[in-house]
Design a binder for this molecule. Structure first.
Ligand code: VAH
Length: 316
């Protein structure tokens, strides 16, 4: 059985569906702190779960013979700046609980997402290497950097097969992001199809590494299905995709919606974005387990604009 935490989140909503399609819904237990999200999971089992409750998690793993955990529950970058200690505790305690459970109950595999947020102001900004100076100065980035070290520790010390990817900003049309600094790149599409002007909370030339959700899901499944001996990086793999600025994605959308207007009103999230790289070197992932992204900015924009309107209608 595969257990997913944070299954109702932006990544969780799509990764849970992909795992059910691959392994069969009866092998999947989706969990989330938000009990109301149960209705999203008519294709697999759902259980309410607060990842701070280690005892409850250990019980579920035992009684449901869980063999893999995808631990997606976390507080993202923007929200973490508003609640530093709460975010640190949740992001770290929940990971440590799951690594302990994996060690004690000898789970087969663990997946835990890291982020480009582990990089900081002194990290090389262009084609950021797999190994480099990482001085994150956001709560979220600090928690992701510490989490990566714990993953490598549990692999080296106890043989826990935990795997991880440093996701760029993820963009999809099937789920809404929550509390991130890259969320503007999802919101912009909703405003375009609703015929509304878009006010961007980052400045027009803020380049950030981004990735279409379909590519992020593929990378996650490719990583988790690769033979263990191919996984050379046990902290977290850099994952590159596309890099663009708000100005560029707006221009791309304008080709489909000529009257779509954007304005810029940078807020506290600009400081966070300014400490993150512009682009990522993911040659380690390419060499170790054959990673290749498929969607460029044009293809992603076309795919979202082709699917989002109908998707929203079905939701109503
Ligand atoms: C965030 N979407 O903005 C997440 C991600 C690289 C960004 O970690 O916090």
């Amino acid at each position: 059985t595969i257990l997913i935490t944070g299954a109702a989140g932006q990544l969780g909503s799509e990764l849970t569906l992909a795992l059910a399609n691959m392994h069969g819904g009866d092998r999947i237990i989706a969990t989330d702190i938000n009990e109301a999200s149960a209705c999203k999971f008519d294709y697999c089992r759902f259980m309410p779960l607060d990842v701070m409750d280690r005892q409850k998690m250990a019980e579920i793993v035992k009684t449901e013979t869980v063999t893999q955990i995808y631990h997606l529950a976390a507080i993202l970058s923007a929200t973490s700046e508003k609640n530093p200690i709460f975010a640190w505790n949740l992001n770290m305690e929940s990971l440590l609980s799951i690594l302990e459970i994996a060690k004690e109950q000898k789970l087969n595999k663990i997946y835990w997402p890291s982020s480009i947020a582990v990089f900081g102001p002194n990290t090389p900004m262009q084609n950021t290497p797999q190994d480099c100076v990482m001085d994150p100065n956001t709560v979220y980035g600090i928690s992701k950097q510490a989490g990566e070290r714990w993953c490598a520790y549990y692999f080296e010390k106890y043989g826990v097969d935990v795997r991880s990817l440093r996701y760029p900003g993820l963009i999809g049309y099937k789920s809404m992001p929550g509390g991130g600094t890259t969320d503007y790149a999802v919101d912009i599409f909703h405003k375009a199809i609703e015929g509304e002007d878009f006010e961007c909370f980052l400045s027009e030339d803020t380049y950030l590494p981004m990735m279409y959700m379909d590519d992020a899901i593929k990378a996650t499944l490719d990583l988790m299905h690769a033979p263990a001996e191919q996984i050379k990086v046990r902290s977290s793999y850099n994952l590159g995709g596309i890099s663009f600025s708000p100005k560029e994605i707006h221009e791309c959308i304008k080709q489909h919606y000529p009257n779509f207007n954007i304005s810029y009103k940078p807020d506290f999230r600009q400081e966070i974005a300014d400490t993150w790289p512009d682009s990522i070197d993911d040659s380690a992932a390419q060499n170790d387990w054959g990673w290749q992204h498929s969607f460029g900015l044009e293809e992603m924009t076309k795919d979202i604009l082709a699917n989002l309107p109908a998707y929203l209608v079905n939701l109503k």
